[in-house]
Design a protein around this ligand. Structure first.
Ligand SMILES: N[C@@H](CCC(=O)N[C@@H](CS)C(=O)NCC(=O)O)C(=O)O
Length: 240
């Protein structure tokens, strides 16, 4: 367990799926930490100091040393507190997990976010692309409780947002990406993930608050992205 002299702080934003990953990882490892809420629309000096390159949350601060970017933070947590590993030990399996995490981020999260913030053809393209990504994830999850098998791990945490945030984006933007009939493996993964004793206990933003927040984000961001389907797949990212 956590060394008494070590301090862990997490700078976050209540509705960020990237911050949520770090919360889950810390909880799965049983690491105590101080949570510091940041107003990302009125950034503090603290965030600019801790993450001068991107000025985004999450930032993990371990013994005074800051680290940004959810993927990197998750790996750092796994390497620092080795019990209850998130990534497999075998190098090829580790690399494969990283592949799926990257795939899900670039092909699903980014596309679904564009879907949330667009309409008409642009939204249609984003929805199509998101469904194609879900099809690949469905194949990968077939016959398994979690991504890596029976234990929850790195990829589950990375794609965990699908289990509670994707339905909100769909509702807010009147789009349909996830169909439980078409994606039975993802459906059972969602229930395994949400019912996991540690995940179940961790904070999640309420659905009502997410709806209000994302309605506002959609309104502000609609039409502000460059047409993604004309830029060779280079997409705008969450919170751009
Ligand atoms: N790739 C980053 C994305 C982090 C990110 O986009 N964070 C958003 C909150 S959801 C943010 O801090 N936005 C503030 C801004 O863009 O100024 C990660 O995985 O940590």
């Amino acid at each position: 367990m956590e060394n008494k002299d070590s301090t862990v702080k997490l700078v976050g934003f209540w509705v960020s799926p990237f911050v949520q990953r770090v919360r889950w990882a810390l909880k799965l490892k049983g690491i105590e930490y101080e949570y510091i809420e940041e107003d990302i629309f009125n950034r503090s000096h603290l965030l600019s100091e801790l993450n001068p390159v991107y000025e985004k949350v999450p930032v993990l601060v371990h013994n005074g040393k800051p680290l940004p970017e959810s993927f990197i933070i998750l790996e750092y947590i796994d390497e620092t507190w080795k019990h209850d590993p998130l990534l497999p030990q075998d190098p090829h399996e580790r690399a494969t997990d990283r592949f799926w995490a990257k795939f899900a981020e670039e092909k699903l999260l980014d596309a679904a976010w564009i879907g949330l913030c667009s309409e008409d053809d642009e939204q249609e393209g984003a929805v199509k692309s998101s469904i194609e990504a879900l099809e690949k994830i469905e194949e990968k999850l077939k016959g398994k409780n979690f991504f890596g098998g029976d234990r929850i791990g790195y990829v589950d945490i990375i794609i965990g947002w699908i289990s509670y945030m994707l339905p909100v984006w769909e509702e807010v933007a009147s789009m349909k990406i996830y169909d439980p009939m078409k994606f039975p493996a993802i459906t059972s993964w969602i229930s395994n993930f949400r019912e996991h004793p540690v995940i179940k206990e961790e904070y999640l933003p309420s659905k009502d608050e997410m709806i209000v927040y994302f309605q506002w984000r959609r309104k502000v961001l609609k039409g502000t992205f460059p047409p993604m389907w004309k830029t060779k797949g280079k997409t705008a990212t969450f919170q751009d």
